[in-house]
Design a binder for this molecule. Structure first.
Ligand code: ADP
Ligand code: MG
Ligand code: ZN
Length: 608
């Protein structure tokens, strides 16, 4: 916003300078001469024509050196003038008021042009928000049933959330039934869940199913606005909504607007606070039985201002969680409706291979697979397309063209083989699915895809430790083979540290520190392992203990993993060799090699 204001100041300055320049230019041609000089020129026959005004005479004469020249001169009371002009055959006319017409032309017309240009430009710059004229007008888009066309059939895998919202649809369709029974419908429904789980989709489905007007706007629309505009927009929106009741107001990305007040370290954002206050006021000012239902979505409930969550405001929370395996299959089916799948495609397998994927990722998988099939001139999408699409969605675009030096490739191969073997050898670790050293995206040079044995909600201490071991496998393999380490393990190490830190601080899994949670932050339930920095409740001494415990967990894991990999050195070499040769290794092959190695060693030990 500030940018636009600064822009218009500079524009005004520039326009003024240009106008002045035009003036100077126009006037520079006109010379002011003495009346006596004028008379002499007429007498010498050098004046071609002139116009006589009440105070000034303007005209054109031939310069003494030749060439035409514009001139003006003050008029003097001179009864002889007309005779003199006629005598010298000068063409002359009279003029009424002096210069006003010219002044208008030279100042006002360019000013109008500049103003028009400015209005045009500022409209262009502000884009869809509209020009200066539409300040305060709510830009809420109104979707009506036949426009959204989204129904609950398009939503899958988030059944619980869907059920809760069906109740609201019922109310909007037959409000009388609810009112007769004395039921109170919630005023505000907050959809909470990680990005891409279908919150926006669900809200649109509610509108589509209930067939009422649907006022939708995004919290981020409010952020870049003139001071006071956000608040007036909110007022406007509620006014419109009330006159269209029953209807739904949907505020997407509520966190952009509803961030806790005073949490912003870079000086308070007054504009946002004003908007938020207005929203709170409006929410208090209407009765849900009017038929206006407020819905909002956020993926960061923990930063919302608590006032928004109070009873009478967004008091009903609907969690839209990541889908489980059945849910993923259902979502895949929804998106496969419009895609041509080959007979052999088994969406259950795809669902099993995509734990942690949200609806948006799965939609993306189908889309990628369709693109790939089209590129290969296939008529149907086959299983291999889907598999490849998963890899893409997981790790970004495959970029075979990215040149990796032979040495780099070797390091990556051993690194990935290390992960693979550790997770194969340890019981209960997420089973690995396949490993690959094909470079994908920017960050992950190669990657080992681990397949959780089942969707997990709880993990034991042992399981967390094994997860740490598996993550450490890559780095330790590099150490053993090359006796030096590369930077490629950065991401692994970060994840390891986070797990260890959570074990100590959140889960009470350290004997030394006991069953105290040292985390005082409001942690997002969707960002496990990403603690926000907050106030510490513990002493410096405890902080040191925590650090020591984290280091101990990681060091012990290091010793364990080193032993495992040294014991499996031949397997490590074997897997790395296959990887260098073929770039991908499937899980079965790694298991087979590990099993062969084990039986070989048992045989050797028996023979010794
Ligand atoms: P959010 O608002 O939660 O970030 P969106 O609703 O914008 O997620 O989802 C983006 C897209 O992903 C949707 O348009 C839809 O194509 C797909 N999608 C997400 N969740 C689901 C779901 N549960 N069922 C079907 N499609 C989904
Ligand atoms: Mg959304
Ligand atoms: Zn790694």
């Amino acid at each position: 916003m500030e940018r636009r204001i600064r822009f218009s100041i500079w524009y005004a300055v520039a326009a003024f300078l240009i106008l002045s320049a035009i003036q100077t230019y126009l006037n520079s041609n006109v010379e002011e001469i003495d009346y006596s000089d004028f008379r002499r020129s007429v007498a010498e026959g050098r004046v071609k024509k002139c116009a006589i005004g009440p105070e000034q005479i303007r005209g054109e004469r031939v310069r003494q050196g030749g060439g035409d020249q514009q001139f003006t001169t003050m008029r003097v009371e001179d009864p002889e003038l007309v005779k003199l002009l006629e005598g010298n055959k000068v063409q002359f006319t009279g003029r009424s008021a002096d210069d006003w017409f010219r002044t208008i032309l030279s100042w006002i017309v360019p000013t109008l042009i500049f103003f028009g240009l400015w209005a045009f430009l500022s409209r262009r710059m502000s884009g869809p928000v509209g020009g200066v004229m539409s300040i305060g007008k709510s830009k809420a888009k109104i979707y009506v049933e036949d426009k959204t066309k989204v129904t609950f059939n398009d939503v899958a895998g988030i059944d619980e959330a869907e059920e809760e919202l069906k109740e609201i649809v019922e109310f909007l369709k037959t409000p009388d039934k609810f009112k007769r029974l004395g039921g109170r419908i919630p005023k505000g429904v907050l959809l909470v869940g990680p990005p891409g789980t279908g919150k926006t989709l669900l809200a649109r489905a509610v509108a589509g199913e209930s067939g009422v007007p649907f006022f939708s706007l995004s919290g981020s629309d409010f952020v870049e606005m003139f001071v006071g505009v956000g608040a007036s927009r909110v007022r406007d929106l509620f006014k419109q909504a009330k006159s269209h009741a029953p209807c739904i107001i949907f505020i997407d990305e509520l966190d952009a607007l509803g961030k806790a007040r005073g949490i912003n370290p870079v000086g308070g954002h007054d504009e946002r606070e004003q908007t938020l206050n207005q929203l709170l006021t409006e929410m208090d000012g209407f009765d849900a039985n009017v038929g206006v239902i407020l819905m909002a979505a956020t993926n960061r409930p923990e930063i919302l201002d608590l006032a928004l969550l109070r009873p009478g405001r967004f008091d009903r929370h609907v969690v839209v969680d990541r889908p489980d395996i059945k849910g993923r299959e259902a979502i895949l089916k929804v998106h496969a409706r419009t895609a041509k799948l080959a007979a052999g495609v088994d969406l259950h397998t795809i669902a099993a291979r995509t734990p942690g994927f949200v609806g948006a990722d799965l939609a993306n998988v189908i889309n990628e697979a369709a693109l790939r099939a089209a590129r290969g001139d296939q008529t149907e999408i086959e299983m291999k397309d889907l598999e490849e699409a998963i890899d893409r969605v997981v790790a970004g675009l495959e970029r075979k063209s990215r040149a990796m030096s032979e040495k780099e490739r070797e390091i990556v191969a051993y690194h990935e083989a290390g992960h693979a073997i550790v997770s194969e050898v340890l019981p209960g670790v997420d089973r690995l699915h396949r490993i690959s050293i094909i470079p994908r995206g920017v960050a992950a040079l190669g990657y080992t895809m681990l397949l959780p044995t089942e969707d997990r909600y709880l993990m034991t201490r042992e399981e967390l430790l094994r997860k740490v071991d598996a993550l450490l496998g890559g780095r330790v393999a590099e150490e053993i083979v090359f006796r030096e380490v590369s930077t490629g393990a950065q991401d692994d190490l970060q994840r390891i540290t986070k797990i260890a830190e959570s074990m100590v601080k959140d889960y009470g899994m350290s004997e030394l520190l006991g069953l105290v949670s040292y985390n005082t932050d409001r942690v997002s339930p969707f960002l496990v392992g990403f603690p926000m920095s907050g106030e510490k409740r513990y002493s410096e001494e405890t902080a040191r203990l925590i650090d020591a415990e984290i280091a101990r967990i990681v060091n012990e894991a290091h010793t364990r993993v080193k032993k495992i990999l040294e014991d499996h050195r031949p397997v490590l070499e074997g897997v790395a060799r296959v990887l260098l040769e073929r770039e991908v290794v499937e899980r079965e092959e790694v298991s087979r090699m590990v099993a062969e190695h084990a039986s070989g060693r048992i045989a050797r030990e028996a023979g010794a």
